[in-house]
Write a protein that binds this ligand. Structure first.
Ligand code: ADP
Ligand code: MG
Length: 238
């Protein structure tokens, strides 16, 4: 579960169309990276999929169901934000459990899912700490844990590592790739960093001014960039 299709989706803010009609299919289990320069519409596209922005026109389907007008909490997707958005006064355990408490799951089920997420993310020894007592990488893991417990059809990441220093970023990239292998869940990952795109993606979507320049595997884009913009962005020798 986790196939997402966009059919002639557009988005305007006032008179400004930031996403012209756009078609895209993300296959179940795929790690898809949206890459492109600042302001090209990566976040807007992700927010449209998440339901945090309304489409101006077009349709978004999730697992074959029209989700265009479905509120964000009911789309079965989990967004991991760039700023950790953790509650500073709550323990790691309570931060991770938060969406499940809101959904009023039974306590035993909450405990089970939190323990499982903590184990996957190597946070078991930190469950009783507060976010302020964690490193940047650990805080990012807590944010991911809060997404995992919801058992979403897809994870949506918006530049999740941009607040981390370079060394930590490399480690977290590997961790997220590992997590994808383990969970086999669809992930959409937004970045302006071509190295992240090339190393993490099954499929790269290159965006420019709200439209798709090219879609393909890292190797396809490297070997056969459609134009100089893609070549320049992917760093291929064309
Ligand atoms: P990216 O994430 O690729 O940097 P964004 O999706 O944030 O780009 O922005 C794409 C374009 O849409 C930019 O020109 C930005 O100024 C505009 N934009 C984004 N959000 C809004 C908004 N809420 N109101 C008006 N314009 C917006
Ligand atoms: Mg952005």
């Amino acid at each position: 579960m986790g196939r997402i299709t966009l059919d002639k989706v557009t988005k305007s803010f006032g008179d400004v169309e930031v996403i012209p009609p756009l078609d895209l299919t993300i296959e179940d289990g795929e790690f898809t990276v949206f890459v492109g320069p600042s302001g090209c519409g990566k976040s807007t596209l992700l927010r449209l999929i998440a339901g945090l922005e309304d489409t101006t026109s077009g349709h978004i389907c999730i697992d074959g169901n029209d989700a265009t007008n479905v509120p964000p909490a009911k789309r079965g997707l989990a967004m991991v934000f760039q700023s950790y958005a953790l509650y500073p006064h709550m323990s790691v355990r309570k931060n991770i459990a938060f969406p499940l408490r809101m959904a009023k799951l039974p306590q035993a089920e909450i405990d089970k899912r939190v323990e499982a997420a903590a184990s996957v993310l190597n946070l078991t020894d930190y469950l009783d700490r507060k976010p302020g007592q964690l490193s940047g990488g650990q805080r990012q893991r807590v944010a991911i844990g809060r997404a995992i417990v919801r058992e979403p059809a897809a994870f949506l990441f918006d530049e999740p590592l941009s607040n981390l220093d370079a060394a930590l970023r490399v480690g977290m990239r590997l961790e997220i790739s590992e997590l994808h292998k383990r969970l086999e869940t669809t992930m959409i990952y937004v970045t302006h960093d071509q190295v992240e795109a090339m190393t993490m993606a099954d499929k790269i979507v290159v965006l420019r001014a709200g439209h798709i320049e090219q879609v393909g595997s890292p190797l396809e884009l490297y070997k056969e960039p459609r134009n100089l913009f893609v070549a320049g962005f992917i760093g291929s020798p064309r």
